[in-house]
Design a protein around this ligand. Structure first.
Ligand code: IMP
Ligand code: MG
Length: 187
């Protein structure tokens, strides 16, 4: 039975950066913008899982067109809260992106390496257009020149969890975005 107080991990947070309500409102705005921008285009959404899973699920339910959805899995070797090395695509998409208008969705734009690599790959496969949508943008950490076309929230340079984002694969199910108490990063 779910606890009436919400997910138990909420008490693991030191502070909340983006509340559940703020996420909901911003996703409604992003959905309206995307409905407008893609009104006359056949859209293919590509979610970079696992991180983009929850954001994509909520965003797509704001969208009106009979779009198609595919997922790919990108991975960098993670050491604690830092990605080490170049991102690799470890699970390819099933749909053909040739001549398609592709919207890439990810949880967070951090160094920019993942989205730069995946956007480059999809362009090289002949997509008609490639745009990117991220829930969070941590501008201070950018290592390659890359900006997203649609951004939910700019956040400061802190490692965050929740709403799809993980620390060691945990906390993705938190309904908000927050910073863990230091003792949980140390665990
Ligand atoms: P990149 O550094 O922009 O390539 O982002 C790589 C991936 O690192 C993102 O898709 C996230 O999965 C992960 N990541 C970056 N910053 C955070 C964070 O603050 N919390 C959780 N995951 C993060
Ligand atoms: Mg990710």
């Amino acid at each position: 039975m779910p606890s009436p107080k919400g997910p138990p991990e909420l008490k693991h947070l030191d502070h909340i950066l983006v509340s559940q309500l703020a996420i909901k409102r911003r996703i409604a705005e992003l959905g309206a913008q995307l409905n407008h921008d893609y009104a006359k285009k056949d859209l293919m959404v590509v979610a970079i899982v696992n991180g983009a899973l929850i954001f994509t699920a909520d965003l797509l339910r704001q969208m009106r067109s009979p779009l198609r959805l595919d997922c790919l899995r990108a991975s960098s070797y993670h050491s604690g809260t830092r990605a080490v090395g170049e991102p690799r695509i470890v699970d390819q998409m099933k749909l053909d992106v040739k001549d398609q208008h592709v919207l890439l969705v990810d949880d967070i734009l951090d160094t920019g390496k993942t989205l730069a690599a995946v956007a480059g790959l999809i362009k090289s496969k002949g997509a008609a257009s490639v745009k990117t949508c991220v829930l969070l943008d941590k501008k201070a950490r950018r290592a390659v020149p890359f900006e997203a076309d649609y951004v939910g929230f700019e956040i400061p340079n802190e490692f965050v969890v929740g709403y799809g984002l993980d620390f060691n694969e945990r906390y993705r199910n938190l309904p908000c975005i927050g910073v863990l108490k230091p003792k949980y990063y140390a665990a």
